[in-house]
Ligand binder design. Sequence first.
Ligand code: GLA
Length: 387
Amino acid sequence: MTASKPLAATPPMGWNSWNMFGSAVNEAAIRETADAIVASDLKACGYEYIVIDDCWSKKVGRDANGDLVPDPHKFPSGMKALADYVHSLGLKIGIYSDAADRTCASYPGSYGFEEQDAQLWASWGMDFLKYDYCNAPTDQMTAIDRYGRMGEALRNTGREFLFSLCEWGGRSPQLWGRNVGGHVWRVSGDVFDSWVNIWVPHGPGYYGVGIDVSLDIADNLHEYAGPGGWNDLDMLVVGLKGKGQISGGGLSFIEYQTHMSVWCMACSPLMIGCDVRALDQETAALLMNREVLAVNQDPLGKPARRVKQAGPCEVWKKPLADGSVAVALLNRGATGSDVSVRAGDIGLLDQPKLVRNLWKHEDIAEFKEELVQRVQPHETLLLRISS
Ligand code: GLA
């Protein structure tokens, strides 16, 4: 018998419905997405979980037995049939709820129904739960209690669930997420398709997080993540190009590449948010560069940290299992700049080292003491340096 891989030994990879479909999520979209994940090679690259986010159930409430009911217009074949289909493709499927009476979009939540809902999702064959925190009390103790109840309910089903906490980082889930059974915990509000934070006027009004701000969050929390428990920087906005729920106008190719580079360096889950049924070449290249994905999935599971800052330019370092290091040279400023890395900055000795550009699949240089590279505004060069 082969031992199965422990859950979330490396950051989870997959796709989530929210960014693209929002409340319009439906069975056809999920099936077509699953098909596209197989056909496009995303599956072969490791994207595995297909997660149905908010708005999947009947909004009015539970049935006479107190069960959540999938919206029959959106999911006419029901969730069990959908899960069976996704499983038949060799993929896994996830569902969403909230630790209060109502979800963020005001659909029924699971507070007080943890056991019943977990049993129902298990009976459908769900493999993943994203558990949100809208409409719940803001203090940390209540959050620990409510996530703990759901963590226990999931365990009691006897089915393996990847448990994704989504309280946006406000109650320091990096400190207690593992204890409540969590495998990933969001560390920010919703990331928008924007370089800077943007004000989102609808609903109660809130700030959408820009990629530039996520970089600092990732650096601040790097020490808390590792195999089995990861800082979740939120779903990817790669490929949205201004479409979907969280439009901030879209990013340039270079900015999407920086976004992907940092999510990989930080060991964030990689949950695609764009419409994979219509993948353009640029987006496919960003999502399926195996050398870049290998940085995210490296078995050592050590998130990157910033080791050097010079004005708007930064150097980040991530140790890898084979003794080499992944190094990101980032330029957050508005003009192109030469960025220098000295061997000591990345903890390497002054001996010859080979530098590979991972996005380009090219060995670019050898250096002993100092490497200097030109980095364009908002660009990240992602390198692997080995002695
Ligand atoms: C919150 C979460 C998002 C998404 C929406 C759904 O905003 O942070 O990721 O799940 O709710 O309503």
